[in-house]
Design a protein around this ligand. Structure first.
Ligand code: GDP
Length: 332
């Protein structure tokens, strides 16, 4: 996949202490590993570059760091690692004493700020919260938030946005958190949201997600609030559709054959709800939730979907043209 900065893809950087769960997150979100299998993962001891851009719309790389990095080590090439970076995800194990993690986070934020990698958004995953009660989750969240805010103030850093997420690989929280992180890296997000809003309001649809099929990250949704249950339902639908296609599809091999231009599905649930999935492009699918009576106007929904799909294609064609222009203008 070329040299480290051979492309202009925004990068996501996964960082954190050893055993905090970085490899597990990467395997579960991008490589379909089941959470239980991560128990047998070997701990990360080097920087791993995982280029998933051939299978996913989300064009980013994950640099899996070993637990400790010495920013002042002369062999540590900060531009290589932080340069052109989109988001830094710092993973903290919430089930252990997180004081050492917070100390490293502080050093990292200081470094990021000093090197003025200001394009980077800093995201803290308070991870492995499956072992905690709701009260404990809130408490840990509050404690970490306060520590980081105090640290930033002490360092005199004002404009480094840091966001916090409670995550676990044993439920959908890790996918939801990744969705939020990735959405920040999509320049066309508001256009996509507008297209989704127009589509659902003209089609009697309650909720719509634009999914990256491989990772089940939603790269955009309409502006009504997201409830976890709807998101989970839509994730499950993708799994069902891919599984059925794998079992009964004509093609024999490859992940991609399970999802193609003809991919579409309608599932009726026993509570008068309908799940509606359509292929948007090679990587993306639209998944919607609607009431059964709204589906009476299926023709209208299908027609609106075609208009929506055309809109999305135009948005990305423009993106590709701009990228081509930028790369032809850039010196080699
Ligand atoms: P790394 O060294 O940061 O890459 O950490 P690993 O990915 O190897 O994970 C260390 C251990 O944490 C493994 O045994 C995982 O099964 C476990 N783990 C990772 N994520 C979670 C989580 O969300 N909840 C729980 N309970 N355990 C997790």
């Amino acid at each position: 996949a070329g040299g480290p900065s051979a492309d202009n893809k925004p990068r996501i950087l996964l960082m954190g202490l050893r055993r905090s769960g970085k490899s597990s997150i990467q395997k579960v979100v991008f490589h379909k590993m089941s959470p239980n299998e991560t128990l047998f993962l070997e701990s990360t001891s080097k920087i791993i570059r995982d280029d998933i851009s051939n299978s996913s719309f989300v064009q980013f790389q994950i640099w899996d760091f070993p637990g400790q990095i010495n920013f002042f080590d002369p062999t540590f090439d900060s531009d290589l690692i932080f340069g052109g970076c989109g988001a830094l995800i710092f993973v903290i194990d919430a089930q252990t004493d997180f004081t050492p993690s917070l100390a490293i986070l502080k050093e990292t934020l200081k470094f990021v700020y000093a090197e003025s990698h200001s394009c980077m958004s800093c995201e803290v995953f308070i991870h492995k919260v499956d072992g905690l009660s709701d009260d404990a989750k809130m408490e840990v969240n509050q404690q970490m938030y306060q520590t980081v805010i105090d640290d930033l103030e002490e360092l005199g850093i004002k404009h480094l946005p840091v966001s916090f997420y409670l995550t676990s690989i044993y439920d959908h929280s890790i996918f939801e958190a990744f969705s939020k992180v990735v959405q920040k890296l999509i320049p066309q997000l508001s256009t996509l949201e507008n297209l989704l809003n127009i589509f659902i309001s003209n089609s009697g649809i309650e909720k719509a997600f634009l999914f990256d099929v491989v990772s089940k990250i939603y790269i955009a949704t309409d502006s009504s609030p997201v409830d976890m249950q709807s998101y989970e339902l839509c994730c499950d639908m993708i799994d069902v559709v891919i599984d059925i296609s794998c079992i009964y599809g004509d093609e024999e091999e490859g992940d991609t054959s399970a999802f193609d231009q003809q991919s579409q599905s309608v599932i009726k649930l026993n509570n008068a709800t309908i799940l509606y999935l359509r292929e948007v492009n090679k990587f993306l699918a639209l998944v919607c939730i609607l009431r059964e009576d709204s589906y009476d106007r299926q023709g209208l929904i299908d027609y609106n979907f075609h208009c929506f799909r055309k809109g999305i294609h135009q948005v990305f064609e423009l993106r590709n043209k701009m990228a081509a222009l930028a790369s032809s203008a850039a010196p080699n």
